[in-house]
Design a binder for this molecule. Structure first.
Ligand SMILES: Cc1ncc(COP(=O)(O)O)c(C=O)c1O
Ligand SMILES: N[C@@H](CCOP(=O)(O)O)C(=O)O
Length: 465
């Protein structure tokens, strides 16, 4: 399996290469040259497998020669052995139509653990072969940061510099990052939004002052390995609900478009998916793009679902490339225009390609609170604000009677307990496995939202390759 860039001019790489590279050298994102396809019989034969075995089977075609099937399985067993539920991503029924896919049973209580626990092990495996040192630079609106830090803290040959927008993550999210005092972990709070932090990280990969001295790596969903690991739970859920004989719809709380793009990959591999519902909060660039082709980024509005307070959505580029005909050179021009003006129109081909599977919905703060209350009062379930946005979208769908709708429950409600308590009156307790988060010392630096200041800090503190 080899991987090509969405912008058409970076060298093709194998799985090990894309995992360590993160972003392509032309500024694009890597995707498999071709989608591996599973027949309906092959999918049916996956029913009932333990999660790590299912994960290794789904991921093997993407991994190719980079890992033997036995080694990939061993890494999956190690990664998913840290989850607090034996099903890893259990399904919970809400009513006749609606289900929750709980993705928050990992060590840091959000769906990011599903991919990042594995990615930490992949880094260790590949660096162990090649030698060298990886300097991870990442941006987080709260959940990627804690999951990535947990996955790499204390590991040999890796260090992490994680940027988050100051004051715009929940107190639990911040402490999950800043109380990890391992010497290879560096938390940086910047003035600005997640979009500002993400733009800085992408710029670092094109900055010779950094790339010349440090081996930069990515943990954000620009890294293909992140998305690959997330494809697995779409199969896991569909198989439990009668797939592949029965189609399933998914409602996905969306920010950087990584999680829902993983659902698109599952469909491209042959999983019968009725619909993928892109659920946004008031930062609704994706909803506007999918409904009328307008991909224009305004300022980010802070909400009670801070992890989705994103306007420039990295992985949308992957969809524009794949659904729009895979013309990397044309897409590079289109993205250059977007980067200059923060606005673009989707082409007809991109709109048609996307509309075959995707639909979208937007939730304002009232819709979000109402969905939290509905789940609590009618089903006895506490859900977090991000999941609530997904559920709001799921409950608006007009679908054939026999199609179940799975809302991805992307974070544990206790990560956002103030918002949950405001909506439901119930304050969800933190699970014991996170420990005494509020008693621990915090460590981070605060920097202005200025690229040169952040790059200089990293250059002054990172380990050369
Ligand atoms: C809890 C939660 N829900 C949803 C999302 C959105 O996921 P994605 O960025 O993959 O669209 C995020 C962050 O990305 C998140 O942390
Ligand atoms: N919501 C994310 C934002 C980063 O997204 P990623 O999936 O590209 O890493 C977060 O919680 O940090």
């Amino acid at each position: 399996m080899d991987y090509i860039s969405t912008r058409g001019s970076a060298p093709a790489l194998d799985f090990e290469g894309v995992t360590l590279a993160g972003l392509a050298s032309d500024g694009g994102l890597y995707l498999p040259r071709e989608w591996p396809r599973l027949s309906q019989d092959e999918i049916a034969a996956l029913a009932g497998l333990p999660y790590p075995v299912l994960a290794a089977r789904i991921m093997q075609p993407f991994v190719g020669e980079s890992l033997s099937p036995e080694r990939l399985l061993a890494l999956c067993e190690q990664a998913y052995g840290r989850f607090a539920h034996t099903a890893v991503t259990p399904l919970v029924q809400l009513d006749q139509r609606n289900w929750l896919l709980e993705l928050f049973h990992g060590p840091t209580l959000a769906f990011k653990d599903v991919a990042l626990q594995l990615l930490g092990l992949l880094f260790e495996e590949f660096l162990g072969r090649k030698g060298g040192h990886l300097t991870i630079v990442g941006a987080t609106s709260g959940d990627t940061g804690s999951a990535a830090i947990d996955a790499v803290a204390g590991r040999e040959g890796v260090e992490i510099f994680m940027l988050h927008p100051k004051g715009r993550v929940s107190d639990v999210q911040r402490r999950q990052m800043t109380t990890v005092l391992a010497p290879n972990v560096h938390n940086i709070a910047i003035d600005g939004s997640f979009d500002d932090a993400q733009a800085m990280v992408k710029r670092m990969f094109a900055d010779p002052a950094l790339t010349g001295r440090f081996g930069l790596g990515a943990v954000n969903s620009i890294n293909w390995a992140r998305l690959m690991a997330q494809v697995v739970y779409y199969f896991a859920a569909a198989l439990q609900l009668g797939g592949p004989a029965r189609k399933v719809a998914f409602a996905v709380p969306t920010g950087n478009f990584g999680d829902v793009f993983a659902g698109y990959v599952a469909a491209r591999m042959g999983l019968p998916v009725e619909r993928l519902v892109v659920a946004t909060n008031v930062n609704d660039i994706l909803h506007r793009a999918l409904t009328d082709g307008d991909y224009s980024a305004g300022a980010v509005t802070p909400t009670a679902a801070p992890s989705m307070d994103i306007q420039v959505s990295s992985n949308f580029e992957r969809l524009l490339f794949d659904a729009g005909g895979r013309d990397g050179i044309a897409l590079a021009e289109q993205m250059k225009g977007f980067e200059a003006s923060r606005a673009m129109r989707l082409t007809n081909a991109q709109r048609q390609g996307a509309s075959a599977l995707f639909t979208s919905a937007r939730a304002d703060p009232g819709d979000m609170a109402q969905a939290m209350r509905w789940a609590w009062e009618n089903c006895g379930e506490t859900i977090d604000p991000h999941t609530a946005i997904g559920l709001h979208a799921a409950r608006q769908q007009d679908l054939p009677d026999d199609v179940p709708v799975v809302t991805l429950a992307t974070a544990h409600p206790a990560k956002f307990r103030d918002a949950v308590e405001r909506a439901t009156g119930f304050r969800p307790p933190l699970p014991l496995r996170v420990g005494e988060l509020f008693e621990r010392e915090e460590r981070m630096v605060e920097l202005p939202g200025d690229y040169d200041a952040v790059a200089a800090y990293i250059a002054g503190n990172a380990t050369p390759r």
